[in-house]
Write a protein that binds this ligand. Structure first.
Ligand SMILES: Cc1cc2nc3c(=O)[nH]c(=O)nc-3n(C[C@H](O)[C@H](O)[C@H](O)COP(=O)(O)OP(=O)(O)OC[C@H]3O[C@@H](n4cnc5c(N)ncnc54)[C@H](O)[C@@H]3O)c2cc1C
Length: 1611
């Protein structure tokens, strides 16, 4: 018999009572809240709900009726509610006098309000009604209940009822469906079903939901199979399956037209009963209502929802479908208690109960904050086991769930009720964006209960309006938190947006061909477009709170806009025995701010510059008496002022000089800042020039230091003009950018509803002032923010603690405690890395059943932070603590028996030594449960050095105890990352990076895509190259996300994903930095060269992305046996996947590489050549387009296509396929191998062309035209070779066949089967059928020609014109919503993925613009007389070094030149990409020019801190500063160090030459550089390879026969 205790039992501990059992744990602050019903903050069980235990969930006494209780808890007398705030008699009198007696009527409540109060909170009414009617009607109005939200109360009820009805036939078939798909027998199986009607005499109400889902799935798979019957790719003999005698739906509506009556008829009937006027499948049908809870009595039904659920009816049965649909169900279900929380909010608003509203809002916020966690169950990481969603499979899901007709709603994530509910709750008014429109549309089709609930919260007692009117800062703060948690950049919508970006990018580059939203347009890549659409809808959601703003959400990341709360610094305390307090516990006052936080959360803090720094700037600029003067603001400071207005809830702030100085970025000196100053001072300051000549950025010093120095060496006239203090000072805002916030891990745990304080653990960062300012002295400076929060003890007066500090809270989704408190947790910390762990151990102490172990590495016993607190937890048996001291032998050992840390002499060691010592237990932690480990959760926090040390320790430990090689140790580690059990909080401050290194050319970057074993993976970001090979496995989004950007400049993705502003990413990246990217050469005076460079680099990018994307897909096809076999038989799913992949490549003829993009290049290079040779006589050009067209239409291409077409036919006919099982797989293996080899060759060609752009700059030529002609000649040869490679590729492929009886298990049957097929299709009798490929172009008249004699320019133009005429000229028509969704199922023309489609589209547009623009010139050039051959032209210059044009039937491509500096050896790099080394590689060692250090002595300024009160500090400081020279004083400033005058003047001249605006030609710049031995910012790399040398010889010959001797070339 359940006891009263049992009614309130906590599902975690099993114990209970009225109070939360966890809330009353000893040793926790929660003891003070022993009577609280709610759990500790972050408790997974909001309200301790356990399925069926509604009393426990809502604290309903046993003797009360549940429904009645919920109904009554809102009831109060109307008058009590409405007339609680009656004005005083005096106020009434005032009103009467002011507005007359009549106005007093207004004292009485509006009647509509009265009615609403009399009826009760509408949301609750809707809920109660739904709960009452639902169980009796099979929830046909939609699942809606207080306890389960939008989830079914019992997932087994509807399927159970269906199983016991004749409708069982549908669910049986659903159960069999993955097998039917694998056998290629879907439609036959559906056709074989008997007709069972969906009327109420056959299918009971209780079975309705299950019937709806199963029939919806069957109708959709029918449609999918119809469109994917093996004819959708290459098909040379279309054969469709004929199902004779199967009754089909004819007049039941478009949705089921042509679908067998056996499923179409009951589907229509069931839909009508469910209120779906037009039958359609929804996203929640497939996911939320298509999962079963494995163990409904599980103690962790919600935390482990993914593991505790099974997808009831999978159609394809692979991990992508499973993980994706379960993951989506999980996301929606995590909103379960949000429904009640929202109804509660409305009740509290109705009851004017602010405290109640506060509680419910906090509860809602916690629900929302947990929602993004479910996304982790959908992983694009191929090592993530059953969570893995491979992009091509995911793409297939989108096709499967395309709408059944154009008029019915499509499946869309927006159908999930939480989104539409939250939009209504937060008062979204704008739905103009694409997704906004879609939301409105989908809302109209939601189940009735859900629509009623949404309307109830949208139209009555709007919470945001109430909160605003309340003026209660707590409510406003918490509501702000709710908004952030739902739609903020770091909230649910933000996380969702990034998740989708990654998945879509991988998918679009591989097989995604369907349109989505507005995609398919030519201007943006599809995943970027979707990203933008998400951004628009996020902005619409934010608008009621933030107004209309023109920034994209990701642009706010890492800026002040993330700091929406104000706090004060309360105290700074010692955490260890270090008297300097290098690390301090800083406590902030957040009372009544509405801030809540959980373990692992971070605080963003907007730091303020010290008064000393402000004073230096003010003094130098002459602003000392104008500190309170207003400043004219630029865009970013205006945003800041608006932000301050919004945070303080006042109008826009007027910012003054002191605001800019305190909140602007003054240190360290960035290149931007110094360049601005340089320009303002018209390049006249020596000091500024010295700084510009730095060899690393940013420079370690401040604006104050620089101005203090520069004021002395700049003429007062220039100074006064630059810094005009008579105007509105707008130059100040232009010069000084707004500072960015710093991130700190929250170091405290609180279970208070609204915590009043928060602790941070701040380590003061220090650096040495650069020598330009410090001279020979060693001057130590501290970081802006850490110095502000934790200043040196004797400088505390330099900060002021009575000022508001702006802060914001964020939750890193990849750094959170496991929900399951039984999970063991290991914390690895170095130094101040202990910061977040304090919140971890405080929150777990006493609650968690799993172990909590801290491994701490610090310098010495003096630096052992929080020792007393840790000892307390150790003594209480709540934690284990293990320490490593790197400079101390006074060690401590953890004694498990005495539960103490005992003194033990230990040699100094780092944390890796400690880890190796504790290796056994750490290995258990790391190893997955599947590997026999305990699958613990591991957290690493500290600098990058700490992270490295921890990782190397763990690797060694695994090697010592569990694995036989370092490689397998890595595999164990990688699996832990993939299972998301390894979480990092690496908080290294970014380090200045050198800027004088040799650069890395684009071609080198392109070759490092890391897809071969042992090859490296590089990415380029904002001019820098990073080797992220090691980081791949750790990427939270999975390796594939990184891989999809390998070998290219991915700055754009970085910006869109806010990585650029993300301190975590930028600091981590510095670890992987390997050099600067070779910048685009300055082709001054040559737009043509510049244009060609851009085009070629885009082409190279496409070539690299194609290699990477194909490798993904090929890997997915070939590396998993699951793809090829299902139930021990050949899997048609695998066959289909290969068919789709290979069809796409062949059908579109590698359209990304040989389509419009290449044509554009060909056109422009031909044009350039024609132009260049117009004086000497025209050239004959290689017929590149002709070769390509002939290759595509060749017999070999046809043979290859024929094989693929045959494979397509197998996909719907396993009967035929089973005889050729081995042949199919072997064929697939061979052809993907050829594909990859071919794509890599093309990439290599593109690299060779790219290198030529760098080399051409150094070529001495008489004119630019000659230079361009030389380059274009080379590029044309490269294009020619590429075209020839295509021909050779088809020839190679054509040698293989699927039909190879000799390799089958039963050759005789295989042969007999081939014969049967030939007899059947007639080819046995007519062996040479004429079949033409549809892609063959009309100008391909010379198909059989063996030699390619070349073409004239006018032929080139007519080919291009013909292509343009055949291409879609106009942008695709903008489709309406439903059309777009319907188009999802349709293949794009030629099966071209959206990514390629985009590239081709923009190239076509560019070509047509080019043709229009140059029409006159083209006409002139094409009229020129007949030309000489290009090769003849080349040979006539007698270089003799031309690469042999034919090698084994193909021209040999030149190797691309080696990099100026390759961190991996060049041979390594080449091995990765099959590039060959040439003997001349070493002949030409790269000559580097490095910048010298520009050391100067002390500037005279002493940084000694002033010991004055803060108020007086600044003016006192001014007296010490170099101040603005008085106007009129035209003395020439004396340089800071007279001894170095001459040297300085010399240096200045050379620096001016270097950094001033360059007007010289590249040639003169080079000469200047060489002659004067002037440094250059980037040392350009040199070409080494023989082929490029040859190229240069040829090119210079072409350029007029000059400098034909190698030694005259510039080196
Ligand atoms: C996720 C995360 C969590 C963190 N948690 C904590 C914590 O709990 N406790 C803690 O003490 N710290 C933490 N940090 C570090 C913290 O955010 C700051 O980086 C640190 O306090 C230094 O900031 P600062 O303003 O004092 O230094 P800054 O003034 O920004 O700079 C100090 C040093 O960095 C260099 N530098 C500054 N900007 C750049 C740049 N753009 N490029 C190259 N070099 C640059 C300067 O030259 C100088 O050497 C965390 C960082 C992250 C990313």
């Amino acid at each position: 018999m359940p006891s009263r205790m049992g009614e309130q039992r906590c599902p975690v501990s099993g114990t209970g009572g009225k109070a939360c059992p966890m809330g009353s744990m000893a040793g926790s602050r929660a003891a003070s809240r022993a009577s609280s019903r709610t759990g500790p903050r972050g408790c997974t069980f909001s309200g301790f709900a356990q399925p069926g235990d509604v009393r426990a969930a809502f604290g309903i006494p046993a003797d009360q009726d549940v429904e009645e209780f919920l109904r009554q808890r809102e009831r109060k007398a109307i008058n009590e509610l409405i007339y609680s705030n009656v004005p005083s008699m005096a106020e009434i009198k005032d009103l009467q006098n002011a507005k007359g007696v009549k106005s007093l009527d207004k004292l009485n409540m509006d009647e509509r309000d009265l009615l609403a109060v009399a009826l009760g909170a509408p949301a609750r009414q809707v809920l109660l009604r739904a709960e009452e009617i639902g169980p009796k009607t099979g929830w046909r109005d939609g699942y809606l209940s207080t306890e389960y939200g939008f989830c079914p109360p019992d997932t087994t009820e509807a399927p159970g009822a269906l199983r016991n009805s004749p409708g069982r036939v549908w669910m049986d078939l659903c159960d069999r469906m993955p097998g039917c798909v694998a056998r290629g027998r879907v439609r036959e199986s559906i056709a074989a079903l008997p007709i069972v009607e969906g009327t109420d005499n056959v299918i009971p109400d209780r079975a309705l939901w299950a019937a709806l889902v199963s029939l919806g799935m069957l109708c959709s798979i029918w449609r999918y199979e119809e469109k994917h019957d093996g004819n959708e790719g290459i098909n040379l003999s279309t054969k469709t399956i004929k199902l004779n005698g199967v009754p089909m739906c004819e007049d039941l509506g478009d949705e089921v037209q042509g679908i067998p009556l056996s499923i179409g008829l009951p589907y229509v009937q069931i839909c009508i009963r469910m209120g779906r006027t037009i039958p359609h499948l929804t996203f929640f049908d497939q996911s939320s209502y298509n999962v079963d809870i494995k163990d409904p009595l599980s103690k962790h039904p919600y935390v482990g929802r993914f593991d505790n659920t099974t997808l009831r009816w999978a159609m394809f049965g692979d991990s992508a479908e499973n993980a994706f649909l379960k993951g989506c169900a999980d996301t929606a279900a995590s909103f379960q208690h949000g429904v009640d929380a929202i109804a509660e909010c409305q009740e509290h608003v109705m009851n004017r109960n602010n405290d109640g509203l506060l509680r419910s809002l906090v509860r809602l916020k916690e629900v929302l904050e947990r929602m993004p966690n479910a996304f982790h169950t959908i992983s694009p990481n191929d090592r993530s086991g059953e969570n893995y969603v491979s992009p091509p499979e995911w793409v297939r899901w989108a096709k499967f769930s395309a709408p059944l007709s154009k008029r019915c709603p499509a499946t869309s994530g927006l159908q999930f009720p939480p989104y539409l509910v939250m939009d209504a709750f937060l008062g979204r008014v704008k739905y103009d964006s694409f997704l906004g429109n879609e939301g409105v549309h989908l809302r109209a089709w939601l189940p009735s209960n859900l629509r009623a609930f949404i309307a109830a919260i949208e139209y009555h007692y709007q919470i945001p309006a109430y909160v605003k009117a309340s003026n209660d800062p707590r409510l406003i703060g918490v509501l702000d938190g709710v908004v952030e948690a739902y739609t903020g950049e770091r909230g649910f919508m933000g996380v969702h947006r990034y998740k989708v970006f990654g998945l879509l990018e991988c998918a679009a580059k591989t097989g995604r061909t369907e349109t989505n939203g507005n995609s398919g347009g030519f201007d943006e890549r599809s995943w970027e477009l979707v990203h933008k659409e998400f951004s628009e809808s996020m902005k619409e959601r934010l608008e009621p709170f933030r107004g209309n703003f023109d920034t994209q959400p990701h642009e706010m990341r890492g800026t002040f806009e993330e700091c929406r709360y104000r706090c004060r610094i309360l105290s700074r305390n010692y955490v260890d025995a270090d008297p300097k307090r290098s690390i301090a516990q800083v406590t902030l006052d957040i009372e009544n701010s509405g801030i809540t936080f959980a373990p692992g959360d971070r605080l963003a803090v907007m730091p303020m510059n010290s008064w000393t720094e402000c004073a230096k700037v003010a003094a130098a600029l002459g602003l000392d008496t104008m500190l309170e003067n207003p400043v004219g603001l630029d865009r970013s400071w205006t945003r800041f002022a608006d932000h301050m207005g919004s945070v303080t809830r006042t109008s826009r702030h007027q910012l003054t000089v002191v605001d800019i100085l305190r909140k602007g970025h003054l240190a360290p000196l960035t290149k931007d800042l110094v360049m601005k100053l340089h320009n303002m001072l018209r390049a006249s300051s020596n000091t500024v020039l010295q700084i510009l000549a730095t060899d690393e950025w940013p420079v370690r010093g401040s604006l104050g230091d620089l101005l203090q120095s520069a004021v002395n060496d700049t003429s007062p006239r220039v100074w006064d003009q630059a810094f005009d203090i008579s105007g509105n000072l707008s130059w100040l805002a232009d010069l000084v950018p707004v500072e960015v916030p710093r991130t700190y891990s929250i170091s405290t745990y609180s279970d208070e509803l609204l915590p009043s304080t928060v602790d941070l653990t701040i380590s003061r960062s220090e650096y040495q002032l650069c020598s330009t300012f410090a001279g020979n002295s060693k001057i130590i400076r501290h970081g802006v923010s850490s110095g502000f929060l934790n200043p040196p003890v004797n400088e505390e007066m330099d900060v002021q603690d009575d000022e508001d500090v702006l802060i914001g809270v964020s939750r890193p989704s990849a750094f959170q405690l496991p929900f399951d408190e039984t999970s063991p947790v290991a914390l690895f910390a170095g130094g101040s890395g202990i910061a977040p762990f304090r919140s971890f151990w405080q929150s777990r102490a006493g609650h968690a059943f799993g172990k909590t172990i801290l491994y701490l590495g610090v310098q010495s016993r003096e630096r052992f932070a929080y020792e007393d607190e840790l000892r307390h937890y150790v003594n209480e048996g709540m934690m284990e603590v293990h320490t490593a001291f790197s400079r101390d032998t006074r060690g401590l050992a953890f004694d498990p028996y005495t539960r103490d840390l005992v003194e033990k002499e230990t040699p100094p060691r780092y944390i890796d030594g400690l880890i190796v010592e504790q290796g056994q237990s750490i290995c258990d932690f790391v190893m997955s449960k599947k590997q026999g480990g305990i699958g613990g959760y591991m957290y690493v926090c500290g600098s990058v050095g700490v992270f490295d040390s921890v990782m190397s320790g763990i690797r060694k430990a695994i090697y010592n105890h569990r694995s036989n090689s370092m490689e397998s140790a890595d595999a164990v580690l990688n699996l832990a990352f993939a299972e998301r059990r390894f979480m990092l909080d690496v908080f290294m401050t970014p380090k200045p990076l050198p800027c004088n290194q040799p650069t890395i050319p684009l071609s080198q970057l392109a070759m490092h895509t890391g897809h071969h074993p042992n090859s490296r993976l590089w990415i380029g970001v904002h001019g820098k190259v990073y080797d992220v090979t090691e980081f791949g496995a750790m990427h939270p989004g999975g390796t594939n996300i990184i891989k999809s950007n390998a070998g290219v400049d991915c700055s754009r993705s970085f910006d869109l994903l806010a990585h650029t502003n993300n301190p975590e990413v930028s600091s981590l990246l510095t670890k992987y930095y390997i050099g600067e990217m070779t910048p685009k050469p300055a082709y001054l005076h040559s737009e043509d060269l510049s244009m060609l460079y851009d085009l070629w680099s885009q082409y190279l990018r496409v070539a690299v992305e194609t290699v990477v994307a194909s490798h993904f897909e090929v890997g997915m096809i070939m590396e998993s046996s699951n793809v090829w076999f299902q139930g021990d038989l050949l899997n048609m799913g695998g066959v289909r996947r290969f068919y789709h992949y290979q069809s796409r490549l062949l059908q579109s003829g590698f359209s990304a590489l040989f389509g419009a993009k290449l044509q554009e290049l060909y056109l422009k290079i031909s044009f350039t050549l024609a132009n260049a040779s117009s004086s000497t006589g025209p050239v004959r050009l290689p017929d590149v387009l002709g070769i390509i067209a002939r290759a595509k239409g060749s017999k070999d291409a046809l043979t290859a296509s024929n094989e693929i077409s045959q494979i397509g036919q197998f996909t719907a006919n396993s009967d035929a396929a089973r005889h050729h099982e081995k042949g199919i797989i072997a064929y697939a293996q061979k052809s993907v191998e050829f594909d990859m080899e071919f794509l890599e060759n093309i990439r290599e060609e593109a690299c060779a062309g790219m290198d030529a752009f760098d080399t051409i700059v150094e070529l001495e030529a008489q004119s630019e035209t000659q230079r361009i002609a030389a380059l274009s000649t080379f590029l044309m040869q490269v294009l020619d070779r590429m075209a020839n490679r295509l021909e050779a590729f088809y020839a190679k492929l054509a040698r293989y066949s699927v039909f190879r009886p000799e390799m089958e298990r039963n050759p005789a049957r295989a042969r007999w089967n081939i014969l049967k097929r030939k007899v059947h299709d007639g080819s046995f009798f007519v062996l040479t059928q004429k079949t033409a490929m549809s892609t063959t172009k009309a100008y391909d008249q010379r198909t059989m020609q063996k030699q390619h004699p070349g073409v004239d320019f006018d032929m080139v133009i007519s080919q291009i014109q013909m292509n343009l005429d055949n291409a879609p000229r106009a942008m695709p028509r903008k489709m309406d919503l439903t059309e777009q969704h319907a188009a999802r199922a349709e293949p794009m023309p030629n099966g071209v993925p959206t990514y390629e489609h985009h590239h081709n589209g923009s190239a076509i547009q560019a070509m047509s613009t080019f043709m229009d623009k140059n029409r006159k010139a083209i006409r002139r050039l094409s009229k020129l007389p007949q030309a000489i051959n290009l090769e003849q032209l080349m040979q006539s210059y007698g270089t003799g070094t031309l690469p042999p044009s034919i090698h084994g039937g193909l021209p040999t491509p030149p190797s691309s030149r080696s990099p100026s500096r390759s961190p991996s050896t060049s041979s390594n790099a080449r091995n990765g990409g099959n590039r060959r080394n040439t003997a001349s590689d070493t002949q030409n060692p790269t000559r580097m020019r490095s910048r010298r250090n520009t050391a100067t002595s002390d500037s005279g300024f002493s940084p000694t801190p002033m010991h004055l009160s803060p108020a007086a500090a600044m003016s006192a400081l001014m007296t010490k500063m170099n101040t603005r020279p008085k106007a009129g004083g035209n003395h020439l400033p004396s340089p800071p160090h007279s001894a170095g005058v001459n040297m300085m003047a010399e240096r200045t001249r050379s620096m001016q030459a270097m950094s001033g605006p360059r007007t010289s030609t590249p040639h003169s710049a080079m000469t200047l550089g060489t002659g004067a031995n002037t440094d250059v910012v980037h040392t350009r790399s040199r070409s080494n390879t023989g082929s490029l040398r040859a190229f240069r010889l040829q090119a210079s010959a072409l350029a007029g026969g000059m400098n034909r001797r190698g030694e005259t070339l510039v080196e």
